[in-house]
Design a binder for this molecule. Structure first.
Ligand code: ARG
Length: 560
């Protein structure tokens, strides 16, 4: 509709302003009496050497009235456009009923990396934000017609895992997670915690971990065997959490399999004098010009630092997937790391430098005093899901009597909607507060509220019979607002994809649900004179909200 108005104005004003300028100037008036779109004529006054009031008057007389518009008026220097409501309703609802509504045809190959845990301890709340963002961005990009590959790298080698291994060797008594009746990644994490305690009291523990790392690098059989065992426990546990959370990867990489290959790129850089050797023997890259300082790539003892794996991995992904874009969902504490990584590729003249992007997200904090984990610092992902699920059970018990299975299934879906929505509604760059009590509420800006609205629409549609068709019809205000909101969906998708921002969809979905609930409270659907029309409106709403939920990685439910 906006496009139509831009074209219309441009037909009269092409000598004075560009279409882009017209689009930029078009406003949505604060209330409906002032029309659906308004065009301010003030900035034209100078160029046309006319009073803006007169410009508006003249334009309103000259512009033709297409069938999509009901009228165009001039008021105090503004041109107000009134959309023909029944035309709008018919067109928007017809479009919204198609499963393709809002889809795009971008056609890029996109690799997105998320989760990427270290294998020494279980996933925590930060990983949940990471996974919610990664999955949602992946879904938005596929919805826009891109081919998306989901990847993760398991940082499965290094001193961190040796710490858990050492603690297990010294006090694990050869137990298995089954014997200890523990989820296997938590089992591994417990030894990491034990290590931290012991090392704080006794320095020799740190030396022990270093020693174990040397043995691992030398391929010592016993060490490698234990390493495999503990890694498989950690990874098994992660996979359970991934599946509970509803995510999966097309490709998982392992640091242990790639970490040595990055050294070839270091050699190339040295040969081409892009990197250099420092007096102490370390290999460095000078990034002063990029204001990133001097970065060590190989230590003087020849061991490589974290970034070397990423030099190789970025190239490997390109070899395997020939990507147009490659995204990394990683916390903002690694902003410097990714700035350096991209700067190095630029220096080396690799085209992938312009294709890579760090989707940097902020930390998640909890309200004071809530749900401290065993370590007392981070909140465990599995614990958080199950505690939120208990809150959902409480909410459900107050409303319905459900059998055990139904209760389990529904409360989990509600809990996940609560967590995901809460984590996604905030702009990814921002630090955020996660309050489980707020997140689980059935009212307000929450995931359960969206599920509730969806289920309400589903219930209306279930109850409806075959109504007589509604003939010529004047829309009421709440219907108009709901339809206008539906009309905005394709723009929201475009914006979310341009900005790589799930919060755009989350906020849109909430506003859409609000419009629906206002409509539902003021307008009887079943048994009303306009039942047929209203039912198609409910159906259109249900489909669009359902799509939003999918884009957020949230599973909808037919009954709340
Ligand atoms: N495992 C790392 C960590 O937990 C994150 C890895 C991010 N991905 C990457 N390609 N560097 O801090």
């Amino acid at each position: 509709m906006k496009e139509l108005i831009v074209k219309l104005l441009s037909s009269e004003l092409s000598d004075t302003v560009t279409e882009q300028e017209i689009e930029r100037l078009l406003e949505i008036p604060p209330n409906e009496e002032m029309g659906d779109f308004a065009f301010p004529c003030f900035s034209l006054a100078k160029k046309l050497r006319k009073n803006p009031l007169i410009i508006a008057e003249e334009l309103s007389g000259k512009l033709p009235l297409p069938k999509e518009l009901q009228r165009i008026t001039a008021v105090s220097g503004y041109l107000n456009f009134y959309i023909d409501k029944s035309f709008l309703a018919e067109r928007v609802i017809a479009e919204a009923l198609s499963p393709e509504y809002g889809q795009k045809k971008m056609g890029q190959r996109i690799v997105i990396e998320f989760a990427s845990p270290n294998t020494n301890k279980p996933l925590h709340l930060g990983h949940l934000r990471n996974m919610a963002i990664g999955e949602s961005v992946a879904r938005i990009l596929s919805f826009c017609g891109n081919q998306v590959v989901r990847t993760s790298i398991n940082n499965d080698r290094g001193v961190h895992i040796c710490k858990s291994m050492l603690a297990y060797t010294l006090s694990g008594e050869g137990k298995t997670p089954e014997e200890a009746q523990k989820k296997s990644d938590h089992f591994v994490g417990d030894y990491y915690v034990l290590f931290s305690k012991k090392a704080a009291e006794d320095e020799s523990w740190n030396k022990g971990a270093q020693e174990l790392l040397r043995k691992w690098e030398a391929g010592d059989e016993q060490t490698v065997k234990l390493w495999k065992q503990m890694n498989s426990w950690a990874l098994d546990g992660f996979r359970q959490t991934y599946s509970l959370f509803g995510i999966r990867f097309d490709k998982e990489y392992y640091e242990s399999q790639i970490y040595t290959s990055g050294k070839e790129i270091i050699q190339e850089g040295l040969k081409r004098n892009i990197f250099c050797r420092r007096d102490d023997g370390a290999v460095i890259v000078n990034l002063e010009e990029e204001k990133l300082g001097e970065k060590v790539l190989l230590r003087s003892d020849g061991t490589s630092v974290y970034i070397v794996q990423d030099l190789y991995l970025a190239i490997l992904k390109d070899k395997e997937y020939h990507y147009d874009r490659s995204f990394y969902v990683v916390g903002n504490e690694q902003d410097y790391h990714f700035a350096v990584l991209i700067a190095i590729f630029r220096k080396l003249g690799y085209p992938i430098a312009e294709k890579m992007k760090h989707l940097s997200y902020g930390m998640v904090e909890l309200p004071e005093g809530k749900m401290k984990s065993r370590e007392g610092t981070v909140v465990d992902a599995d614990d958080l899901i199950s505690e939120t699920q208990s809150l959902a059970v409480e909410e459900l018990k107050q409303r319905y009597t459900l059998n055990k299975e139904e209760m389990q299934d529904r409360s989990l879906k509600i809990a996940l909607s609560a967590i995901k929505y809460q984590l996604l509604k905030i702009d990814i760059a921002k630090t955020m507060l996660f309050d489980p009590k707020k997140a689980i509420s059935f009212e307000g800006d929450t995931g359960p509220y969206l599920l509730y609205s969806y289920a309400r629409a589903a219930s209306i549609l279930r109850k409806a019979g075959a109504p007589e068709s509604t003939s010529s019809y004047t829309l009421n205000d709440t219907e108009t607002r709901l339809i206008k909101k539906l009309a905005f969906f394709p723009d929201s998708v475009q914006y979310a994809s341009d900005k790589l921002s799930p919060s755009v969809i989350a906020n849109y979905a909430f506003e859409l649900a609000q419009c629906f609930n206002e409509f539902y409270h003021s307008s009887q659907v079943i048994g009303s004179q306009s039942e047929a029309f209203r039912l198609t409106l409910v159906k259109a709403f249900q489909l669009v909200l359902g799509t939003c939920l999918k884009l957020l990685g949230i599973e909808s439910i037919e009954e709340m």
